[in-house]
Design a protein around this ligand. Sequence first.
Ligand code: CDP
Ligand code: CDP
Length: 225
Amino acid sequence: MKINIAIDGPAGAGKSTIARLVARALSYIYVDTGAMYRAVTWFMMEQGIGPEFPEKVLQLTQKMVIELIPGEDGQKVLVNGEDVTPYIRSLQVNGMVSQYSQIEGVRRHLVALQQQMALHKGIVMDGRDIGTTVLPDAEVKIFMTASVKERALRRYKEMNDAEGLTLEQLEKDIERRDRLDAEREISPLRCADDAIVLDTTHMDIPQVVDTIVDYCKTYRGGEKN
Ligand code: CDP
Ligand code: CDP
């Protein structure tokens, strides 16, 4: 029996890396909801429409066609047919994504799309509100954390020097986004009551993947053995 797996947690906790590998191990489909909020942010910035115009943002969001295409080296994100994958993780998008993500209509629209994607089960979905709002009935829910220092260090290691950011700047960016995501009114970053909390500060990637895969394999229709 296929199940749905929800993975939430703060920025840089390892959600997307782990979710992709768990999906591969179980032959499930991975859905990166952060990429959808990033795609909306990138598109609005291209159009010059700031988050202070929520109605205009919502109107345009409803007309956007966002596609997530699974691939060998990660997921591709298309907006109206254009591959925007290289643009959505820029510092500019990082700087604005939590502001656009607070717009109620945008959340409602993207949550509905995400729920449709998960109708047939066999989905590993990561984000901030998956276990609480998008898939409250997901069979397995993980809330993944790690210390701010460790998360900033992980991001630092994956960047190339050209970006010129210091570890301290990365820590600040992560703390700022955590705060905005946790304090917003609509579906804030929050651990679902029935989620398993996994602190990965001292865990490497295979350890985290194995822990979650084992957990999923032992899931039997509501019973964990
Ligand atoms: O990879 P990282 O954790 O830095 O971010 P992400 O998962 O790509 O998400 C980017 C931003 O989108 C977050 O900081 C949130 O503001 C927003 N987001 C959200 O509000 N709800 C989600 N389900 C996923 C992301
Ligand atoms: O999606 P999220 O923002 O939660 O994190 P990510 O982009 O998947 O992971 C951030 C970085 O941490 C990546 O370079 C991962 O390879 C690394 N990572 C790690 O070193 N140890 C872990 N247990 C998980 C992720």
